[in-house]
Design a binder for this molecule. Sequence first.
Ligand SMILES: [Cu+2]
Length: 159
Amino acid sequence: MLLRAAALVLLIAAPTLAAPPPVKEAWDQTSAVASNAWVRAAAVPGRPAAGYLTIKGGGQPDTLVEVTAPGVRVEMHSMSMDGGVMKMAKLDSVPVPAGATVGFAPGGNHLMIFGMSGAPKTLPLTLKFRSGATLTTTADVRAPSDAAPANPHAMHGQH
Ligand SMILES: [Cu+2]
């Protein structure tokens, strides 16, 4: 504060003094971005729906700790093959490295959405990060039989 005041005085005292070039922002504040969110409704009523999206990390590494949507319960799940058996596990957090693309896609990490009733066309998602940052995005809800949407970030192994 004192320094700033001193600089201001200096500026007033010497108006012809060239201002120093702005210091390049050392702290990259670019925030993460969510895109391509969609939900595949459950084929069997009462079963959870699956949600997918792409997250592009911001300027600083962060960790996704929670996804919420109104009126439903959302869990983050991993999916892996174990001896020919597909296994899902609940994830408490998902790292989002700076600038990295983190996908929730069929066959891999996904959102499990419990208690979705009716046939909504869209589902608003809120992503909460450990830094305190939040992101909102709207997922298109697709019928169980619908094909996955064309996705520029399509994952390998998606058939
Ligand atoms: Cu799951």
